[in-house]
Design a protein around this ligand. Structure first.
Ligand code: PLP
Length: 380
């Protein structure tokens, strides 16, 4: 509803000075203001991007390149999204050094190890707020403090957590934060990078002076307006107890599966985890077979990250968590959202046990047909 007028009637370019352009500009600035307030820093800067991937690229490459004079070292967690991992890989090709902080079996970053990895050359630490595959939430406030004590910038990829967990960038002390519209129910192909006032970065794109010279290119007004509308709904849902309802449904699914299916493991932190995420290993099955069989029963799940689907490589997140290969092979992720109902959970619990039993009969235990990957960068 909010987007339709900007697709069908209000065609102004936000860089134009005439009234239609000013109308588009004020729509964009209203969303920028709302996002900054939701992030807890109304005086910060916000750059609209084509999504979380571009925001991560801009943060990692943009900061690395602008601070090259100061140092050439970055620290990332080993469970970052491929947008962060591959951005860092590009910097390695430009001569940077990148070190990966290990995580424990529950996917939590080893903060003591991180402290030891800092060198006088370190210019950026990037640790995601919540992991997209297992949902584990990282101690980003503690990590931001460690970074700032050493005058290092801290970036967090909050694509998964924004709208689902409390995130006040000032309280946490984050210098750069990536968010994406489609994770809060908005359109795909739009996102944003928050910048604390005074943080500089080198733009990725050459062109006009859009987005305060940080991101060249005419702003996608309908997408941005859609992101603003999704944020409003998200904030309303937060105050309606929707997140608690989703967590309750996820816990019911988890408990029900544990009761009805043998040889099953839950991956990720038992409590410090996104409420809508459930990553499960069904031992003796392959994730791809589970995905296809569940899909035929109208249950949509993912193996690894959606961005890596189609990849034959095992999840770099589960590898980094040190899980044995059989446990990685049989893992899939359920994602619950606003629309998930009690009835759907009941249906899942009715349909899944016989499917798993059938697959186990056919595939047997001890599958080991997948290759291992060079740690930690997995699929695209
Ligand atoms: N970062 C994380 C943690 C994600 O889960 C995703 C997408 O799922 C991205 C970045 C990329 O965001 P986008 O799909 O908006 O490019």
């Amino acid at each position: 509803m909010a987007v339709a007028p900007y697709l069908m009637e209000k065609f102004g370019n936000a860089s134009s000075l005439h009234s239609a352009g000013r109308q588009a500009r004020s729509a964009i600035e209203a969303v920028r203001g709302k996002l900054l307030s939701a992030l807890g820093d109304p005086s910060g800067e916000l750059i609209f991007t084509s999504g979380g991937t571009e925001a991560d690229n801009l943060a990692v490459k943009g900061v690395g390149r602008v601070l090259r004079w100061k140092g050439d070292h970055l620290i990332l967690s080993s469970v970052e999204h491929s947008a962060v991992l591959h951005s860092a890989q590009s910097l390695v090709e430009e001569g940077f050094k990148v070190t990966f902080v290990p995580v424990n079996h529950e996917g939590v970053v080893d903060v003591e190890a991180l402290k030891r990895l800092i060198t006088p050359q370190t210019v950026l630490i990037s640790v995601m707020h919540a992991n997209n595959e297992v949902g584990t939430v990282q101690p980003i406030g503690e990590i931001a403090k460690i970074a700032h004590d050493k005058e290092i910038l801290f970036h967090t990829d909050a694509v998964q957590s924004f709208g689902k967990l409390k995130l006040n960038v000032r309280e946490i002390g984050a210098d750069l934060v990536s968010v994406s519209a489609h994770k809060i129910g908005g359109p795909k192909g739009v996102g944003a990078l928050y910048l604390r006032q005074g943080v500089a970065l080198k733009p990725l794109l050459s062109g006009g002076p859009h987005e305060h010279q940080h991101r060249a290119g005419t702003e996608g007004v309908p997408g941005i307006v859609g992101m603003g509308a999704a944020l409003e709904v998200t904030l309303k849902e937060q105050s309606n107890g929707t997140l608690e309802r989703i967590t309750h449904l996820r816990d019911r699914l988890e408990k029900g599966l544990k009761e009805s299916v043998s040889d099953l493991h839950i991956n990720g932190h038992p409590t410090q985890r996104l409420g809508g995420t459930l990553n499960v290993t069904f031992l003796g099955c392959s994730g791809e077979t589970l995905l296809m069989a569940f899909d035929l029963s109208d249950i949509c799940v993912s193996t690894g990250s959606a961005c890596s689907s189609g990849s034959t490589q095992p999840s770099h997140v589960l590898v980094a968590m040190g899980l044995p290969s059989q446990r990685i092979e049989g893992s899939i992720r359920f994602s619950l959202g606003w629309g998930t109902t009690e009835e759907e959970i009941q249906e899942c619990l009715r349909r899944i046990p016989p499917i798993v039993e059938r697959i186990r009969k056919v595939e047997g235990k001890g599958l080991s047909h997948r290759r291992t990957v060079p740690f930690p960068i997995g699929g695209q």
